[in-house]
Design a protein around this ligand. Structure first.
Ligand code: F6P
Length: 459
């Protein structure tokens, strides 16, 4: 293998540059050229296939900084249509023309589905990333626990997860955790701690919405910020139970902090945050407001009287407030756990390609004996019987729905990831960089400006 391509697809995460960095460092050792394709699959579909040589003379370009969030290659949610054979052939021909022997796609479930048509005619490997932590399986057979039903349009289908194992063994998880998740939880937990003091001082109920789509891992991990109530998409909200707990806590501590995963559902399985379809091949949806919806339910059922009877001057509407942590969870410097493991996965992806394997996924495994280590599996092991790769949901045994908190197993799951997840250098970076006097006098230096100077196109 002489030259590989690398791209970042789907939503950005803090650890993308770290994965690219790990890949380039390993490629330098193996004397392999790495070409970064600009803006994910849209760069491949573009006849000019804009690209950047990331390691001329096998030395890493200085713009590739593993501590920088985002991706120096740019990302997009454009994917290759699996039925569009002419485009797939054109992409393969362009990669050939550039002398590329294999491609590493850094992405999540949308990317791996989008990679499948390309893997039919070109060696590809997926290096996982997603703050949602939803790429992988709780146990190997889980890929086959799906039911397909006709969708609302002809030729379209709906997939429903069948009940699986009631308990899982953490050591059997395929891809224990994805780069980006730890940093997102770090941001969520600190955000919750900060919002808490306002709720506490003003006797309010704070509803904080975290990302994660249909997977509740970020909400689960947000337990580190000690919210009083955690609501997850995997566990339908029993409203009467929730309201009772809110009242109990409000009586006791005069404020309540609720964390809600954006994909949370009611007892009928309806998503609380209204949704619209996005275009990625995983059929992901855009969530617009689970926290707002929950607020209106609490305002209606608790009413102004409840709050005025507590000698508060505020109406229910102002006593209950919502905040979305939003894209702060996806941005900025990755914490040590993400940086280190993302780089390992990037390096492993190069090795797997160099060994001549195709359509593989590199994974981060965890056992008590070995701790974290990188491995790889064939993408087919993640596909259901119709070929679709579904986002992993958090296993219900990680959650104690009675207490609205992580269960014992959920805590066991989180501990190896977060104990020592933050490096001393992460703290030092805040101390030195945030209030650096130069920030007041110098404009932000975007990596895009320097990368633009390096972009080449196919003639
Ligand atoms: O999949 C990652 C994610 O951040 C989800 O948690 C969230 O729902 C979605 O992407 C938001 O996507 P966008 O940045 O396109 O709005």
């Amino acid at each position: 293998m002489k030259r590989i391509g690398i791209l970042t697809a789907g939503g950005d995460t803090p650890a993308l540059n770290a994965t690219i960095y790990g890949a380039v460092v390993r490629a330098n050792q193996l004397r392999i050229d790495v070409f970064g394709i600009i803006k994910g699959f849209s760069g491949m579909i573009n006849p000019a296939m804009p690209h950047v040589h990331l390691n001329p003379l096998f030395s890493t370009i200085p713009e590739l900084n593993p501590c920088l969030g985002g991706t120096l290659l740019g990302a997009s949610r454009t994917y290759i249509d699996p039925d569009d054979q002419p485009t797939i052939n054109a992409v393969a021909a362009r990669l050939d023309k550039l002398g590329i022997d294999g491609v590493i796609c850094i992405g999540g479930d949308g990317t791996i589905n989008g990679m499948q048509p390309l893997a039919q005619c070109f060696p590809t490997v997926l290096a996982p990333k997603t703050i949602d932590n939803d790429l992988g399986l709780n146990y190997a057979e889980e890929a086959n626990e799906w039911l397909r039903e006709p969708g609302s349009q002809p030729g379209k289908f709906k997939y429903r997860k069948l009940d699986g194992r009631p308990d899982i063994n953490l050591e059997e998880m395929i891809n224990y955790v994805t780069p980006g998740f730890a940093t997102a939880v770090y941001v969520a937990a600190t955000g919750i701690q900060r919002i808490r003091t306002t709720a506490e001082s003003h006797r309010r109920i704070a509803i904080i919405e975290v990302m994660g789509r249909d997977s509740g891992y970020i909400a689960l991990g947000s337990a580190y910020g000690q919210p009083d109530i955690i609501l997850l998409p995997e566990s339908p909200v029993v409203y009467s139970h929730l309201e009772r707990r809110v009242r109990e806590l409000y009586e006791l501590q005069k404020h309540v902090v609720i964390v809600v995963g954006e994909g949370v559902v009611d007892e009928q399985g309806n998503q609380l945050g209204a949704v619209s379809k996005s275009t990625d091949p995983a059929g992901n949806v855009v969530f617009s407001g689970a926290a707002e919806h929950l607020k209106s339910m609490l305002v209606k059922s608790m009413g102004n009287e409840y709050f005025t009877s507590k000698r508060r001057n505020e109406s229910a509407d102002s006593a209950i407030f919502t905040r979305k942590l939003g894209h702060t969870q996806r941005g900025g410097r990755p914490i040590l756990f993400d940086r280190f493991h993302a780089a390992q996965l990037g390096g492993k992806a190069v090795e797997v390609l160099a060994e001549g394997q195709n359509n593989m996924v590199v994974t981060l495994q965890c056992t008590q004996k070995q701790g974290f280590y990188v491995d790889s599996i064939h993408a087919n092991r993640l596909r259901d019987q119709w070929g679709v790769i579904h986002p992993r949901q958090m296993h219900l045994s990680f959650y104690d729905a009675g207490r609205f908190q992580p269960s014992k197993l959920g805590i066991e799951y989180l501990l190896p990831i977060f104990t020592n997840a933050i490096g001393l250098d992460d703290m030092e970076d805040v101390r030195v960089e945030l209030f650096h006097s130069g920030n007041l006098t110098q404009r932000y230096q975007s990596v895009n400006v320097d990368m633009q100077k390096r972009i080449r196109v196919l003639q």
